[in-house]
Design a protein. Structure first.
Length: 256
């Protein structure tokens, strides 16, 4: 099983992927001398933007991908640091003025205890800011899960498929209240991505969703999986050119 992500494929839609990040940062209230952690920092490019936008005293970016972090050295310095780590086990005790995560927590299960750990890492008066895709009902995602149930992929994956761990927005709102946040902003936003054609959806998910299937499948099975995915997905999509890819995301911010 490979543990790598392909930053070049991911960045094929760099501008589109960064817009939700900028919308999330806009919710954060800058404070003097902030200590910040960015969970799932990727290459570190947007972590640098976050660090500078907030004029933070210290920012730590954490990611599990060696290939992503290999590019982070170019953005480190002046109080910004990066470290390899598993955000699924991240825990801290009232340490950070801001716990931030953009497009990463949707890979993790059990969001109620996960958010309890994140809340515990937020210092008194501190903030939590999270953005997660909420597009698991789109054919780009449901077809991948359907192909994963076919042989020989089902056996090779031991029955695994990407699931939907992200909760409904109103559930996060109640959860944040329960966890002691005095203020909050939670919204579901639809981002309009205009692609050259429906095949562009495949290129989009090859940089995110499909990486999870690729890294779990034997190398000799991956091309067949991708071909089957393509053959099943394209008939499910409009043939419009350009193609309108509606992508839903949950953005949430809360302050203690």
């Amino acid at each position: 099983m490979s543990s790598t992500w392909n930053p070049d494929q991911y960045n094929r839609f760099r501008a589109e992927r960064q817009q939700p990040f900028h919308d999330l940062v806009a919710l954060v209230r800058p404070r003097p001398a902030m200590r910040v952690v960015d969970l799932g920092c990727g290459t570190g490019e947007t972590t640098r933007i976050l660090h500078e936008r907030l004029a933070a005293q210290n920012t730590l970016g954490i990611d599990s991908s060696e290939t992503m972090l290999a590019k982070s050295a170019a953005f480190a310095g002046a109080g910004l640091h990066f470290a390899r780590g598993d955000i699924a086990t991240f825990a801290a005790d009232g340490t950070y003025a801001l716990v931030f995560s953009n497009a990463a927590l949707h890979w993790l299960p059990d969001h109620a205890p996960l958010f309890a750990r994140l809340a515990n890492a937020v210092a008194p008066g501190g903030q939590l800011a999270v953005q997660m895709p909420y597009n698991f009902d789109h054919p780009s995602h449901t077809v991948a899960a359907a192909v994963a149930r076919l042989e020989p992929y089902r056996s090779a994956l031991d029955g695994w498929a990407v699931e939907q761990p992200v909760l409904a927005p109103q559930v996060y709102a109640k959860l944040l209240h329960t966890l002691g946040f005095a203020e909050q902003h939670v919204r579901l936003q639809v981002y309009a991505h205009i692609l050259e054609g429906p095949e562009g959806v495949i290129e989009w998910v090859k940089g995110t969703l499909l990486t999870e299937y690729e890294r779990r499948l034997p190398a000799d099975l991956w091309p067949g999986f991708l071909d089957t995915y393509r053959a099943r997905l394209l008939p499910e999509l409009d043939a419009d050119r350009p193609y309108f890819y509606a992508f839903k995301r949950v953005l949430l911010w809360a302050a203690k």
